[in-house]
Write a protein that binds this ligand. Sequence first.
Ligand code: ZN
Length: 269
Amino acid sequence: MTDGALDALVDTHCHLDAPEFDDDRAAVWQRAQHHGVTAALVPAVEPASWQKTLDCAALDDGLRAALGVHPQYLHRLDDAALDDALASLEGRIRGARAVVTAVGECGFDGSTEALRATLDRQRRVFFAHVEVARALELPLVVHVLRAHGEALAAMRAVKLPREPGVIHSFSGSAELVREYTALGWHLAMGGAVTRATARRPVEATRVIPAERLLLETDAPDQTPTGVPERRCEPMHLAVIAHRVADVRGEPVEALARRCNDNAKRLFFR
Ligand SMILES: [Zn+2]
């Protein structure tokens, strides 16, 4: 390692299958590896792209996939299409168990009026994902944005998998860290913690137990502050690792090693 460079980083949330990477996907992953990112979990967002997500994860030994339906994509599915997707989810994952190591992305989003109006539907979809995760003994990849109360209530109303999984790109307070970790969740920090105004993510980052902390880029979204590129790429994970280590007052090498061990335990068994 030279000059703060890290190796063997795991990006636990990276939409490498997104259209934003259609023109240079292989180069993006090569750059990531050049910057020390040796493994990544690629979560699907909607049934129409499940096959693309699987194909993407098959590109390299270090890639794994999750299959699910993201709350922000629910509006694209009528009830029949949604029921079909949820009914086929377990079978699709069983058919691709070599690369699929998690169920999701699913979750709760109340960030707009239109999304708030679908929270009942989001809850039903979340419960279906939980059922599949329990049947396959896989962890969940969960998105929660401005709906922490709804998410926690749903999580307390079901029997979660023994290893529940991750709340990705965690946006909650330090108090919410305690509520999620009490239920067994891991929490992943991304680009938000690099913002100069990021008081809440910084406070949350400080109190996440070391054995529950994960790192992610959420590429192509959430470009960290201070990098020259506009589009977020998995290669930016080192920037996030340095910031998280800084905030927690830990040496970055030790922090990265701990987060990587956590990620491997959860998603790369
Ligand atoms: Zn995502």
